[in-house]
Design a protein around this ligand. Structure first.
Ligand SMILES: CC(=O)N[C@H]1[C@@H](OP(=O)(O)OP(=O)(O)OC[C@H]2O[C@@H](n3ccc(=O)[nH]c3=O)[C@H](O)[C@@H]2O)O[C@H](CO)[C@@H](O)[C@@H]1O[C@H](C)C(=O)N[C@@H](C)C(=O)N[C@H](CCC(=O)O)C(=O)O
Ligand SMILES: Nc1ncnc2c1ncn2[C@@H]1O[C@H](COP(=O)(O)OP(=O)(O)OP(=O)(O)O)[C@@H](O)[C@H]1O
Length: 487
């Protein structure tokens, strides 16, 4: 039990009706989850408005309501707190409720279009290997030291974040690495957190279904850096054209990393193979089991973060060479018949372009590259033709297929993808709506030494069709089919 008054610290209150000296059970922004003596925070969402559910929340036992507009009927015995912004109020109240756990450990946020999961997950691995108790909030999973929880978002809502941070404190965790998505920043999910550092990876075309313009998407990301405190470090990829922008206006200690430009943390790629990268990082050479030049950026972000968190630089490099690749991120197998199948989460034009260029760099023989790719339903439609163009431009054969069609007609998604295929590339494409069938066809076409890239789903273990999630795992499927075909 907490007293309402005690969890209102830093909340921008406009008016209070009723008492704040009341015991509350928990805070929730979903009326359907309200229990006796809860505080209900009304959020204006994209589909519905929490203010419409205030009455329902009270019926279920809410004792206090946080809203930006008071309802017409004020009920006796209920406390109404009018605030400027309910998302922001939720963030501060959730942090206060759990005793501001982000202030009790070293929390680092990773933001940018691509690389967040890789960097946060590898930092988690690296600090564990260095002997620390570590936490992770990522798209793939949530980790509280050794305990794993399922993740639902890249950056969960503020009550969930603080719940897990609190659990981390109870488990003795000293460092936590979290992904900070643009949705998360925009919805103030991270506003009340205390970060000791922020990392920017890169910015490219994504989430333009949510953010009306690229400029807004960039500014939202930038606002995360602007909010870092003076004592925190702000580490930015200066080779990205938005890298310098992220560091402007922040009061945090600024650091840069780059492959091409002058930077605090600088690397040169000495060798790039299917088994890993040999890098010169500042003045030292290091072999890492991560593939592709984009991973050289990720290595620099990890190295820079570790050093800024006080790790000895040689120790950081030693531990980097020991890291294992993240599930579904350039994960590959070589079959008995010498077919290489790569599963990668690349579901943005930029990520797909990177993965295909990486494969082009490390191809040694005259083998065929077959790409299986789709685009999600009910998400950014503008990327569909672009991804199909990239896949056909950079592969010998591209099989366009489904990738979580959700509530859209998969054929319509494929029609939109096909619009991006240029006439001279038409002979390269196949259109197979069923993802398993598409993977099977890629396997049938593959000859020894050929490479199959299955892009878009990575670690995901489902395919979402008409609101139903059916089990589907790209790696499991391709392994099984290659074995069945005796390849
Ligand atoms: C578009 C988006 O970000 N939506 C998030 C948003 O929901 P919303 O605004 O659509 O909510 P809504 O359904 O309109 O409802 C508004 C409010 O009314 C409440 N409500 C609604 C119905 C009811 O009966 N009672 C009630 O109280 C809801 O609980 C909510 O508080 O706020 C919810 C609570 O925080 C989130 O769970 C939800 O994430 C949805 C599930 C989602 O898919 N989000 C994705 C797009 C997302 O956030 N992705 C990012 C980045 C991904 C990436 O980088 O690839 C992430 O960080 O995961
Ligand atoms: N630094 C990078 N630059 C460009 N592409 C990258 C980088 N790191 C990873 N990628 C590519 O992007 C894909 C997604 O990587 P990752 O999951 O780490 O990014 P993310 O930012 O967490 O994306 P999401 O929020 O969509 O999960 C990878 O599978 C890889 O193909």
């Amino acid at each position: 039990m907490k007293v309402l008054k005690d969890i209102l610290y830093k909340v921008a209150i406009e008016s209070v009706t009723g008492s704040t000296e009341i015991d509350i059970h928990k805070i929730d922004f979903d009326s359907r989850k309200i229990e006796t003596n809860d505080v209900f925070v009304a959020i204006r969402g994209s589909l519905s408005d929490g203010h419409d559910y205030i009455e329902k929340a009270i019926q279920l036992g809410a004792i206090a309501i946080i809203c930006d507009t008071l309802p017409e009927n004020i009920e006796k015995g209920i406390t109404y707190i009018k605030v400027k912004d309910t998302n922001s109020a939720l963030a501060f109240m959730a942090a206060n409720y759990f005793g501001n756990p982000s202030e009790k450990l070293k929390l680092v946020g990773v933001t940018g279009t691509n690389g967040k999961t890789t960097i946060a997950s590898l930092l988690f691995q690296l600090f564990q290997k260095a002997g620390f108790k570590v936490g992770l909030l990522s798209t793939v999973k949530i980790m509280v030291d050794e305990t794993e929880y399922k993740a639902t978002h890249t950056t969960p809502d503020s009550t969930t974040i603080n719940h897990y941070l609190n659990e981390m404190i109870e488990a003795g965790v000293t460092h936590c690495f979290m992904e900070v998505s643009s949705h998360g920043i925009h919805q103030k999910r991270t506003e009340a957190l205390h970060f000791v550092g922020g990392v920017f990876t890169n910015l490219s075309h994504d989430h333009l279904d949510y953010h009306p313009t690229f400029a807004e998407y960039r500014d939202v990301k930038k606002s995360f850096f602007d909010s870092l405190p003076k004592t925190a470090f702000a580490l930015s990829n200066i080779d990205d054209k938005n890298g310098p922008v992220m560091l402007q206006n922040t009061v945090a200690r600024k650091f840069t990393y780059a492959l091409k430009s002058y930077a605090d943390f600088k690397a040169t790629i000495l060798e790039s193979q299917l088994s890993g990268l040999l890098l010169k990082v500042n003045d030292n050479e290091v072999w890492v089991k991560l593939i592709g030049s984009f991973n050289a950026y990720n290595v620099l972000a990890i190295y820079g973060t570790a050093v800024e968190l006080g790790m000895d630089s040689l120790e950081a490099l030693r531990l980097l060479s020991d890291l294992e690749s993240v599930s579904g991120r350039f994960q590959y197998i070589v079959s008995a018949g010498n077919v290489t199948a790569i599963v990668d989460y690349a579901h943005t034009p930029d990520a797909l372009d990177n993965v295909l260029k990486t494969i082009a760099d490390i191809r040694t023989k005259n083998e065929q590259l077959i790409t299986v790719v789709g685009c999600g339903g009910n998400r950014d439609k503008t990327k569909r033709p672009i991804m199909a163009k990239i896949a056909t431009d950079l592969s010998d054969k591209a099989i366009l297929t489904s990738d979580n069609p959700r509530n859209e007609d998969p054929e319509v998604i494929l029609d939109e993808m096909e619009k991006g295929v240029e006439a001279h590339n038409y002979k390269k494409i196949l259109r197979i709506t069923d993802r398993k069938q598409a993977i099977k066809t890629a396997c049938q076409l593959a000859q020894p030494n050929d490479i199959i890239l299955i892009a878009g789903k990575g670690h995901e273990t489902y395919q979402e069709i008409n609101g139903v999630r059916n089990h589907f795992d790209d790696m499991e499927t391709v392994k099984e089919i290659l074995e069945q075909l005796g390849k």
